[in-house]
Design a protein around this ligand. Sequence first.
Ligand SMILES: [Ca+2]
Ligand SMILES: [Ca+2]
Length: 243
Amino acid sequence: MKRFLWIVIGVAVCLSTTHIALQVWAQSPNDRQPRMNRVGKPKISDTVKANVYADNWFTLYINGEHVAVDSIKFMPHNVVSVDILPAYPMTIAVMAKDNANSQTGMEYANTNIGDAGFILKFGDGTVTDATWKAKSFSHGPINRDTKNPKVRNLAIPENWNAIDFDDKTWGHAKEYSHQQVGPKEPFFQHDFSGARFIWTDDIELDNTVIFRHFVAAPPDGVSRPDFSNLNNIVPNSPTRWPQ
Ligand SMILES: [Ca+2]
Ligand SMILES: [Ca+2]
């Protein structure tokens, strides 16, 4: 009797193991790999162009990552045009500087009060306008006093470019016309349609300004894959060798 029981148990174990093996065999090769959020590798067609023009300089962060910096500190006025891989929601943080002596707020050997301006357009329809947050961190010469020029500086918060930085108390940017900013030639050679020049309320005396803007979803309504976690998943496109 005992022997019979052992035979029954043995057959049951065999059948169960075979069943599991058949189930695994029936799965596709992809199913046999650990379950992951699968996306293809991003192509250049997944990127959008970011066009940025600052009078005189900027540095740009998207979702806390450094994406672009103006390659020319002062003159000539240039456009920085780079490919970006957008991921939403998207937090944009920009520090922009007018050319100004840090002690006087003036330029050209303290003979001139320079004026500023900033404009940006992304290929997903993101543009600068008065909905952007703006705050000045360096102002001068105070009261336009060019005889005894002084500046007023605020400490720049260390995490000003972070996604979770609290800008609730900041005011909004002010829009300026092309006539007021007077952009130079490279501006007209790039697509800025729909974008507005922005700065704080004082485009002459506010010399260091931080802008922040939150983009909840693509303004053009185009659905795009999210590649922001690409380093932690296995893309489902075939591996090509050599890589
Ligand atoms: Ca200025
Ligand atoms: Ca300037």
